[in-house]
Design a protein around this ligand. Structure first.
Ligand code: ASP
Length: 331
C-alpha cells in the first residue's frame, strides 16, 4: 500500500481505574502532555516523515512526563528499582525492535528503535541492552532520575499488602496503570506501533510484561497497528496485538470489531483487564478498553488533537463494542 493517505496518530497513556475525583492539577497535566505528544508526533507526519517518527516523537514526550508509567514516571519493582520495557514495529517491512529490563535508559522507546534500525536483533535485555545504548549514543541517566515519590508510595502500599497477604484488590489495576503507546499511519499509507512501560509495581524476578513482546503488546503489519496496555500476562497469553491484526488481515474483520473481540471479550473472560489502541490502513481508529477508563488521544485530517480519559467522553471507537453479528462500520 503506498498511496497518498491522510496521516493519523493515536496514543494511549494506560487503562485502569480512573476516578472522576482525580486531582484536577494532575488531570490538566495529563491532558497537556497527551496534547503535546499528539502535536509533536503529528508534525512529523505532516512533514511527510514515516509513521515510526511520529510514534517515537509522541512517546518520548510521554516518557519524559512523570505522570505516566514509562521513562521518568516508571513504577518500582519489589526491590525498589525501575525496570523498563519498550518496543516498536513498522508495518510495511515487519521490522521490529525491543528492549526489556533496562534501568538507565532515559527514553527506552529510542533504544527499541535503535535495536530495530542498527542491530541484527529484535530484542535486547538488561546490561547488554544498556551497553548497546552506549554504543548508539542513546542517553543514559542515573537510576535516581526515575524515582518519583508517588510511584515510591505506590510500592510501599503494595509491599504492605504483600505482608498482610491481602489480595491486591484495587491495586490490581493501579499497579500497572500508565503505560504509554502510539500507532501511526503516514502519508505513504505505512503503519507503525510503539509501546513503553515501567511494567507493574512490585514486579519480581526480572518479570517482563507484554509491552516489549512483539505480537503481545505491540504489533504492526501492512493493514493494522496495535499498542496494548493492561495486565500484561493476559496480553502475552492471547498474543493480543497480533491477534487483533490477524483478525483484520486474515479474517477480514473490521478493525473495531477485531479489537473489541480481543479486548472486551477474550481478555476479560480469562480474568485480565486493560485496553488497546489500533489503527488500520484506511485511518480507522479503535480504542477499546474493559476498565473504567483509558487515557487516549487521536489526531487526524483536521489537525486538532483530541484527548479523552473517562468512559463517558466520546472517542472514534465503537465503545462499548457492537456484537460480532452486528455490521460494525470500520470505514
Ligand atoms: N502491560 C504492561 C505490563 O504488563 C503494563 C500496562 O500496560 O499498564 O507490563
Amino acid at each position: 500500500m503506498s498511496h497518498a493517505t491522510s496521516p493519523v496518530l493515536v496514543i494511549h497513556g494506560g487503562a485502569g481505574v480512573i476516578k472522576r475525583e482525580m486531582n484536577p492539577a494532575r488531570e490538566k497535566a495529563v491532558r497537556a502532555a497527551m496534547t503535546k505528544a499528539l502535536q509533536d508526533g503529528y508534525a512529523q507526519l505532516k512533514a511527510g516523515k514515516p509513521a515510526i517518527d511520529a510514534v517515537t516523537a509522541a512517546l518520548t514526550v510521554l516518557e519524559d512526563d512523570p505522570n505516566f508509567n514509562a521513562g521518568r514516571g516508571s513504577v518500582f519493582t519489589h526491590d525498589g528499582k525501575n525496570e523498563m520495557d519498550a518496543a516498536v514495529m513498522e508495518g510495511d517491512t515487519l521490522s521490529a525492535g525491543s528492549v526489556a529490563g533496562v534501568h538507565r535508559v532515559k527514553n527506552p522507546i529510542l533504544l527499541a528503535r535503535a535495536v530495530m534500525e542498527h542491530s541484527s536483533h529484535v530484542m535486547l535485555v538488561g546490561d547488554g541492552a544498556e551497553e548497546f545504548a552506549k554504543e548508539q549514543g542513546i542517553a543514559l541517566v542515573d537510576p535516581s532520575y526515575f524515582r518519583t515519590e508517588e510511584r515510591w508510595q505506590q510500592l510501599q502500599r503494595a509491599l504492605k499488602e504483600d505482608e498482610q497477604k491481602k489480595p491486591h484488590a484495587d491495586l490490581e489495576t493501579a499497579k500497572h496503570f500508565g503505560t504509554v503507546g502510539a500507532v501511526a499511519l503516514d502519508s505513504q499509507g505505512h503503519l507503525a506501533a510503539g509501546t513503553s512501560t515501567g511494567g507493574m509495581t512490585d514486579k519480581r524476578w526480572g518479570r517482563v510484561g507484554d509491552s516489549p513482546i512483539i505480537g503481545a503488546g505491540t504489533y504492526a503489519n501492512a493493514q493494522c497497528a496495535v499498542s496494548g496496555t493492561g495486565w500484561g500476562e493476559f496480553y502475552m497469553r492471547t498474543v493480543a496485538a497480533h491477534e487483533i491484526c490477524m483478525r483484520v488481515s486474515m479474517l477480514g474483520e473490521p478493525l473495531q470489531r477485531a479489537a473489541a473481540e480481543v479486548i472486551n471479550q477474550e481478555i476479560p473472560s480469562m480474568g485480565g483487564n486493560g485496553g488497546a489502541i489500533a489503527l488500520d490502513g484506511n485511518g480507522t481508529i479503535a480504542m477499546p478498553y474493559n476498565t473504567e477508563g483509558m487515557y487516549r488521544g487521536w489526531i487526524g485530517a483536521d489537525g486538532v488533537p483530541h484527548v479523552a480519559i473517562y468512559d463517558d467522553e466520546p472517542d472514534p471507537s465503537n465503545h462499548p463494542p457492537a456484537p460480532a453479528s452486528a455490521s460494525s462500520s470500520s470505514e
